[in-house]
Design a protein around this ligand. Structure first.
Ligand SMILES: O=P(O)(O)OP(=O)(O)OP(=O)(O)OC[C@H]1O[C@@H](n2cnc3c(O)ncnc32)[C@H](O)[C@@H]1O
Ligand SMILES: [Mg+2]
Length: 208
């Protein structure tokens, strides 16, 4: 079964997310050329207005496949905070407003959790990855990474809320997901888990 020479389209505007996805895909679906939004003609990107990560990931991948004619993959992800009843959730990118600033989102989240004691600062990242083929084949998987929200921003790796998030796997050291190596984050992250689950399906569909 070979996927050599196959081309897929990755529908995302987030450069750091794209870097993570390309890194993980390169390991698990090798020999595939990944095109991004800069490699294709502009098209009307859908508003991410679904109530679930799965729904939004499908919206993005379907629009990509329809516009490019290529098998397309998209990620919709976010941080779900227990003390906020699962929010920011699907609103994570826009939590402090439509300008989508990571720093503003993190500052707002810290402020909202100011009075929440350490024992109730649990949270998890979620990532839905959707894979849509031009023939209509659709697959969606989800990955999670449990952890806690700390009280100050630490680290310069990753992106988004990583500076505020200590994964359960790093509870002893207290390192945030912005302080661990990229390959360590991939090993435990919501995105790494979802992409490793979908990778064999992608490879099988491409080899058809
Ligand atoms: O929709 P695209 O164009 O892919 O890019 P985006 O940044 O808008 O992505 P989402 O709509 O999926 O929103 C996800 C937000 O959740 C946060 N997030 C998701 N995964 C994360 C991770 O691994 N580490 C830190 N924050 C993450 C981050 O704030 C993202 O902007
Ligand atoms: Mg988005």
């Amino acid at each position: 079964m070979s996927t050599e020479g196959a081309r897929i389209f990755l529908a995302s505007r987030n450069a750091k997310k794209i870097a993570e996805m390309e890194r993980i895909l390169a390991e698990h679906v090798p020999d595939v050329q990944v095109l991004g939004l800069d490699d294709v003609d502009d098209y009307d990107e859908p508003a991410e207005d679904e109530a679930t990560f799965e729904g939004n990931a499908l919206l993005k991948a379907r629009a990509g496949a329809a516009a490019t004619g290529l098998p397309s993959i998209a990620d919709d992800s976010g941080l779900c905070v227990d003390a906020l009843n699962g929010m920011p959730g699907v609103l994570s990118a826009r939590w402090a407003g439509r300008m989508k600033s990571d720093t503003a989102n993190n500052e707002l989240l810290l402020d909202q959790l100011h009075d929440v004691p350490d024992a109730r600062r649990g949270a998890h990242f979620r990532c839905a990855v959707a894979w849509v083929m031009p023939d209509g084949t659709e697959r969606v998987v989800e990955g999670r990474m449990p952890g806690r929200v700390i009280r100050e921003m630490r680290g310069s790796g990753g992106f988004g809320y990583d500076v505020l998030f200590v994964p359960d796997e790093y509870a002893t050291s207290g390192l945030t997901s912005a302080e661990i190596l990229p390959q360590e984050k991939d090993r435990i992250s919501h995105r790494g888990r979802a992409l490793r689950e979908i990778a064999p399906l992608v490879a099988a569909d491409l080899a058809q």
